[in-house]
Write a new protein. Structure first.
Lengths: 384, 474
């Protein structure tokens, strides 16, 4: 395919540059205490493409190594690992997703993401207007089933479910290909101790903790602020997922139709999650804006901003809908909220959410690898 | 973020304590003086990004400890530290100052941590030194970032690109410094000064006074900003010299390293795994004489005395993975002769040297890089006394080597309050020195991993306190 020739070359250049930098790092090793990348690097003497792909996705972008590096630019060795690893991750996220054309489009600018979001909102809006007429869209609906009088239940559930299945498929295939390309063996892919270790690292964001003083973000001062906002975002998002799941259970098994009372579990989970998500994403956006651009990558920045922005819009439109659900604005807000959610789903495989998949896979690989090293050390009496 | 351009605020005309230099010793002095309540100004000769002198290239600090913490694996009592120091210096030390350094190092773990330095837990790669030395998380630049951040919080002013050119000294008393700031000549008065501006190893014309044109072939591993201007000014204005001007500490580095600032990554430890020849294709020293610390300390000097100040390490495929990877890929060839030619040497001569070496190996030895093993040569000049195994398995690998100068030993003489001793034998009332500029008082010769930072931190604190005290009384 002609279309992929250019990105392949770009990836080759990036891998070559990462190899150059890692060769310097491996002769230095001063950063080995910061995160999992460096002990993993030290197990290697040369860096194959598979090694670099793995190390780049193991990196949490805490940037401590950049600020501590005596060879960082303007030094002539120009070592800037967070930058080159970010660039490789951008390539990873799209190379392992499908179809790549859409990946490329979404990746390249926040503008495209906003355009897709607006298109989705307009589509939902137009759909309701044409199917139900302005009387329904701009009318006031209260009581059980109020939302479904505006957007029918099937229309609200079936399209997202299809997209979700597609997304899960894309991520599963991506994860398998990533595992294969980083030379992971099939039997190691399902190691429960490795899952446990990787999950602890991921859910606690261990590598943004540093030595307990945090990471160097948005600038060279150590701080916990990024991890805190990420936790707000992730756990807020999780609460919203729980809320949606509970609502689905209510609907299917108990035949209770939304809107639910303010004191109901779906609303409680949803609103706490929504507020946490708004705080987390607003905080992360602010940090992005403040962040030092030198150890970063402009494309990754666009990817991040698109994703965080749409998360923020999802949460804030949901909260607004909750606040005004008994008014005539409900229909419009519902259309906007659902449009944003639709856009969010469509863009998942091509956006920043992919970091969950590949970083987690890298953490599993790291857990497997380090356990093997610890066992070998124990066998050789390597004292600690 | 720090203000790299020194801001638009006026440069002060006078301060309590002026610290000249921006490395470990200078910042310890600045912090200690500030803690004593003095108003402190730091003049760092480098731009902000390259601040920290040679300290930015350091990795670990040696300190005496009679208890274990999370960051060291065992005890390191005073006597053992002293014995190590005597061994490497061959007794070339001032015992009072050395004992003071050792004893005062005991609280460095806490003191440095309180002032922004983060420690790293022992990992696989640091185990050989993890009992005696504390490793900084992120190494020397991480340490310097911590110091500077603490200094900022405590209200210490730092001027970057501030080149101290001359010290105005009358009768052993400091009056003001002449400094170039943003291309402008300024004079800054101070009640007391701490000279912590490093050695002169980056000043090639100065090295040439002792080494002639050979110095053009030296590689300076550390900062290009250690030009010795402050040292020269002090010596010219009556400070007593300490140490031999010709002496420096040098290690073998890759000949392809940049002239300045290549730091840790250019060092090579392939020497014991093969042979080393000079540009004439001849061996010149026992490559298997001793382990890492000693070997590390002498090979730079050995190469500095070879023609063209260059040498070539030759090894084969059996041992290529035995040492830390180098930042430069080895030169590779299918035969020894071809390898020699690629490195610009005479192929036949080097082939002959390798064949003679291989023939001289006493058979039956068992190779063990962890021991002074019994693999050796016989009736060869010079013999290789350990780790001598035949160089026979292609492909063959070669590294060009040059002397990499780490630091110079000559400095000023100080007393136990870090006061600079003047020609008349009396200490200056308001001038102190710390770090590389006086480290030769303690480490007069040789090398002990992490002891440069020990001396810098201990004497930095002493000098800073002394300067604050002196400033108060003036």
């Amino acid at each position: 395919m002609q279309g992929v020739a250019e990105p392949v070359k770009q990836m080759q250049d990036l891998l070559k540059e990462a190899d150059r930098q890692l060769t310097i790092c491996n002769a230095c090793r001063y950063c080995e205490g910061y995160c999992a990348v460096w002990p993993a690097m030290e197990l290697r003497r040369t860096f194959k493409d598979s090694d670099i792909l793995y190390l780049a996705n193991l990196c949490f972008d805490c940037r401590a190594c950049y600020y501590a590096c005596q060879f960082a630019p303007p030094h002539q060795f120009a070592v800037n690992i967070p930058e080159v690893f970010s660039q490789i991750r951008v390539e990873t996220y799209q190379d392992y997703s499908w179809p790549r054309l859409l990946a490329r489009m979404v990746k390249h600018n926040t503008g495209a993401a906003i355009a897709i979001t607006i298109a989705c909102v307009v589509t939902v809006f137009a759909f309701v207007l044409i199917a139900k007429g302005p009387g329904v869209l701009f009318g006031t609906h209260v009581g059980e089933g109020a939302f479904f009088r505006v957007v029918p239940y099937a229309a609200m559930v079936i399209p997202p479910s299809i997209i979700l299945l597609f997304v899960l498929g894309v991520f599963a295939v991506g994860a398998l290909r990533f595992w294969r390309d980083t030379r992971g063996s099939p039997e190691e892919m399902f190691s429960w101790p490795a899952f446990a270790k990787a999950s602890a690292d991921a859910f606690g964001m261990r590598y943004l903790k540093g030595d307990s003083s945090g990471c160097t973000y948005p600038d060279e001062q150590f701080s916990h602020v990024r991890r805190v906002f990420h936790h707000f975002t992730f756990y807020g998002f999780t609460l919203d997922l729980i809320s949606t799941t509970l609502a689905a259970i209510y609907h299917h098994y108990f035949h209770w139709e939304s809107p639910y009372p303010l004191t109901s579990l779906p609303v409680l989970f949803g609103s706490v999650g929504g507020i946490a998500l708004m705080i987390g994403t607003a905080g992360l956006l602010y940090l992005k804006w403040k962040s030092d651009r030198v150890p970063g990558d402009a494309t990754m920045m666009q990817m991040d901003v698109s994703f965080i922005l749409i998360l923020f819009l999802s949460a804030s439109s949901g909260m607004l809908l909750l606040a005004l659900r008994d008014t005539a604005a409900m229909g419009t807000l519902l259309a906007i909220h659902l449009g944003i959610i639709a856009a969010f789903f469509i863009m998942i495989p091509y956006g920043k959410l992919a970091h969950v998949v590949y970083r987690y896979a890298a953490l599993v690989k790291n857990a497997v690898e380090q356990r093997r090293v610890a066992e070998a050390d124990a066998a050789h009496g390597h004292a600690h | 973020m720090h203000d790299g351009q020194n801001g638009s605020t006026a440069v002060p005309q006078s301060v309590d304590v002026l610290v000249i230099g921006g490395g470990n010793a200078a910042m310890c002095a600045a912090l200690a003086a500030r803690r004593e309540g003095a108003e402190v100004l730091v003049l760092e000769g480098a731009p902000e990004h390259f601040r920290g002198g040679n300290s930015r290239h350091t990795r670990d600090v040696r300190y005496m400890h009679n208890r274990v913490n999370n960051y060291v694996t065992g005890l390191y009592p005073e006597d053992e530290f002293w014995d190590d120091l005597i061994r490497v210096t061959g007794g070339k030390t001032n015992e009072d100052l050395a004992r003071l350094t050792i004893r005062s190092s005991e609280d460095l773990d806490e003191w440095m941590a309180e002032h922004g330095v983060k420690w790293q837990r022992p990992l696989r790669g640091t185990l050989h030194l993890a009992r005696t030395n504390l490793f900084m998380l992120g190494g020397g630049r991480g340490m310097m970032n911590g110091y500077y951040e603490t200094a900022r919080r405590l209200g210490i002013r730092v001027l970057y690109d501030a080149n101290a050119q001359d010290l105005a000294i009358q009768d052993g008393t400091f009056d003001h410094v002449v400094v170039m700031l943003n291309g402008q000549r300024r004079e800054i008065k101070a009640k007391a000064v701490v000279a912590a501006a490093g050695g002169f190893e980056a000043n090639i014309p100065w090295l040439k006074q002792y080494w002639g044109d050979d110095a053009d072939n030296f590689i300076i591993r550390g900062t290009p900003y250690n030009t010795g201007t402050v040292l020269a000014s002090l010596l010219e204005r009556g400070a007593q010299t300490n140490g031999d001007p010709r002496e420096f500490h040098a290690v073998a580095v890759d000949g392809r390293a940049p002239t300045f600032d290549g730091g840790i990554v250019t060092r090579l430890d392939s020497v014991p795994f093969g042979i080393v020849v000079n540009r004439n294709g001849e061996r010149f020293y026992d490559e298997g004489e001793d382990f890492w610390p000693k070997r590390y300390a002498i090979w730079g000097g050995l190469i500095a005395r070879q023609p063209g100040q260059e040498a070539y390490s030759i090894i084969d495929s059996d041992v290529i993975d035995r040492f830390m990877p180098s930042v430069f890929h080895p030169i590779e060839a299918g035969t020894v002769g071809e390898l020699a030619t690629k490195m610009g040497l005479d192929g036949d001569t080097v082939t002959g040297t390798v064949e003679t070496f291989n023939r001289s190996i006493v058979p039956g030895g068992s190779f063990d890089p962890g021991e002074l093993d019994d693999c050796r040569t016989e009736s060869l000049a010079p013999n290789k006394t350990h780790w001598a195994v035949p160089i026979k398995k292609p492909p063959f690998y070669g590294y060009p080597l040059r002397p990499g100068i780490t630091f110079t030993y000559m400095g000023v003489t100080v007393d136990d309050r870090a006061r600079i001793i003047m020609h008349d034998g009396r200490p200056s009332p308001n001038m102190t020195a710390a770090g590389e500029l006086m480290a030769g008082n303690v480490l007069g010769r040789g090398y002990l991993a992490g002891v440069g930072l020990t001396i810098g931190a201990v004497f930095g604190r002493i000098a800073g306190k002394e300067a604050a005290r002196s400033a108060r009384s003036r």
